[in-house]
Ligand binder design. Structure first.
Ligand SMILES: C[S@@+](CC[C@H](N)C(=O)[O-])C[C@H]1O[C@@H](n2cnc3c(N)ncnc32)[C@H](O)[C@@H]1O
Length: 381
C-alpha cells in the first residue's frame, strides 16, 4: 500500500520502504547516534508498531486558497512548506477520514468564504483538528478567524448523521501565528471527551491535553516501563513532563506513589480527572515548569526512588539535567522520541548511572521517528 500523496505530502518519508526494512533503518540510526557519542547500549530490538497503517490518533489539517479558485484542505507540501497538499485520505490516520473530509469540504465550499492567508492575515477557514481513540470515535475541531460569522448550525447539519463524531468544536483563532490556538473555543456537540484504555488505565482525551499519538504502540512502552519499575524499584516516583498523567498514572494504578509535573493547563486538568476516574489515590500533580519546580524544592533531594523523564523532542536543557542529577534517585527512566537529543542528554546521566535496559518502540511507522526508553540505576547501587 503506497499513499497517493507520497512524495508531495511532507508526512511519511519512509513509506516506499517495506516495514521490516524501516525497522532496520531505525535500529541502524539509533546505533549510529549511540556510537557517535560513545554510548554503549544494552542489547535491543526496535519493537514494531502493532498497526502499520491507520495508527495515529491525531491529525491537524490546514485550509488553503487554491490558485484557480476554491479551497484546499490538507498537509504542508514536502520541501515547500508554504503550500498545502489537498488530501482526501491519510493512510496513517483513520479509515473514516475520507467520509469526514468529504462532508467538511462540501460544507465549507457551500459557504464560498476564503481560507485564511497567513501572510495577508485575511480570510476565514484556518485548521481542522481531529482526535480519535482506538474505537475510531472522533472529536472534530474546526478553526477559523472571526472575520466572517460562523455557520455553526450548518456544521452540525453537515456532520449530524456521522455517529462516530462524538464531539464538535468551533475554535476562533485570530492569532497571527500558523498554529491552532485554543483561547476561544465553543463546544457545539458532545461533552468534549474521548476515552482510551492503556495498560488497564482509562484516559480521557480532551481537545488540548497531551496523549501519545499511537495508542496501540503506547501500550508496549507503558507496559515495559511498568515491568522495569516493578522489578527494580520501590518507593516514590517523580514523573517529570507528565502530560495528561500517562505513564505516571499507570504506575500509580499499580500501587506506586507518584508526583507528576507538567506545565500545560489542559494536560494538568486531564491528569487530575484521569486520577479521579480511575479511583487512584497515590498520584498527585503539580502544575509548573520542571526547571523552576526543581529549583524551588530543595527538600526533594533524596526523596524519590525513581525519576521518570519524558521531555519534548528537543530534550532537556543542561541546567535541568543538573537539577535532576542533584535529586540523586536510585533509578531513572528516560523516554524520548528523538534519538539525537536522547544520546546527547544521556552523556550526562551515564556519568552517574548505568543503563541496564534500553528499548526502542516504533510509534511512528513510515516516518523517520522512533521512541526510545532507557532504564538506569545509580552506579554502585
Ligand atoms: C512527551 S510529552 C510527555 C508525555 C507523558 N509523559 C505521557 O506519558 O503521556 C512532554 C510533556 O512535557 C510538557 N512540558 C514541556 N516542557 C515542559 C517544562 N519545561 N516543564 C513542564 N512540562 C513541560 C509538555 O506540555 C508535554 O505534555
Amino acid at each position: 500500500m503506497l499513499c497517493r500523496y507520497f512524495g508531495s505530502c511532507g508526512g511519511c518519508k519512509l513509506q516506499d520502504i517495506p516495514y521490516p526494512q524501516q525497522i532496520e533503518i531505525k535500529r541502524e540510526f539509533i546505533l549510529k547516534q549511540s556510537e557517535k557519542h560513545n554510548i554503549v547500549l544494552p542489547n535491543f530490538e526496535v519493537i514494531p508498531s502493532p498497526k502499520e497503517f491507520f495508527y495515529r490518533n491525531k491529525v491537524e489539517l490546514t485550509f488553503s486558497n487554491v490558485p484557480d479558485g476554491g479551497l484546499g484542505l490538507g498537509f504542508h507540501r514536502y520541501k515547500r512548506n508554504r503550500e498545502i497538499v489537498d488530501i482526501e485520505e491519510c493512510l496513517i490516520f483513520s479509515e473514516r477520514l475520507p467520509l469526514l473530509l468529504s462532508r467538511i469540504k462540501e460544507y465549507v465550499h457551500s459557504l464560498s468564504l476564503p481560507a485564511y492567508d497567513k501572510f495577508s492575515h485575511k480570510g476565514f477557514w484556518r485548521h481542522l483538528l481531529i482526535r480519535r481513540n482506538k474505537e475510531d470515535v472522533f472529536t472534530v475541531a474546526l478553526s477559523t478567524s472571526s472575520q466572517f460569522s460562523p455557520d455553526k448550525e450548518g456544521l452540525l447539519d453537515a456532520l449530524g448523521d456521522l455517529d462516530f463524531v462524538r464531539n464538535i468544536y468551533w475554535v476562533f483563532n485570530d492569532r497571527l501565528g500558523d498554529a491552532i490556538a485554543f483561547e476561544d473555543v465553543e463546544l457545539l456537540k458532545g461533552d468534549g471527551l474521548l476515552y482510551e484504555r492503556v495498560c488497564s488505565t482509562e484516559f480521557i482525551i480532551g481537545l488540548r491535553g497531551f496523549f501519545q499519538v499511537n495508542p496501540w504502540a503506547v501500550e508496549s512502552l507503558y507496559c515495559l516501563v511498568l515491568d522495569l519499575v516493578r522489578q527494580y524499584t520501590s518507593g516514590k516516583v517523580l514523573d517529570l513532563y507528565a502530560g495528561s498523567g500517562g505513564i505516571g498514572l499507570v504506575l500509580a494504578k499499580d500501587g506506586f506513589d507518584v508526583l507528576g509535573i507538567e506545565m500545560d493547563d489542559g494536560a494538568v486538568s486531564e491528569a487530575r480527572q484521569n486520577m479521579l476516574n480511575n479511583g487512584i489515590k497515590s498520584y498527585s500533580m503539580l502544575k509548573g515548569n520542571v526547571r523552576a519546580l526543581l529549583g524551588k524544592n530543595p527538600d526533594w533531594v533524596g526523596k524519590f526512588d525513581t525519576v521518570i523523564l519524558d521531555p519534548p523532542r528537543s530534550g532537556m536543557p543542561e541546567k535541568v539535567r543538573r537539577r535532576v542529577l542533584r535529586l540523586a534517585p536510585s533509578n531513572m527512566v528516560y523516554i524520548s522520541c528523538n534519538p539525537v537529543s536522547f544520546m546527547s542528554d544521556m552523556l550526562d546521566f551515564i556519568k552517574e548511572y548505568d543503563m541496564i535496559s534500553f528499548s526502542a518502540i516504533d510509534m511512528f511507522p513510515h516516518t523517520p521517528h522512533v521512541e526510545l526508553m532507557a532504564f538506569m540505576q545509580r552506579k554502585g547501587k
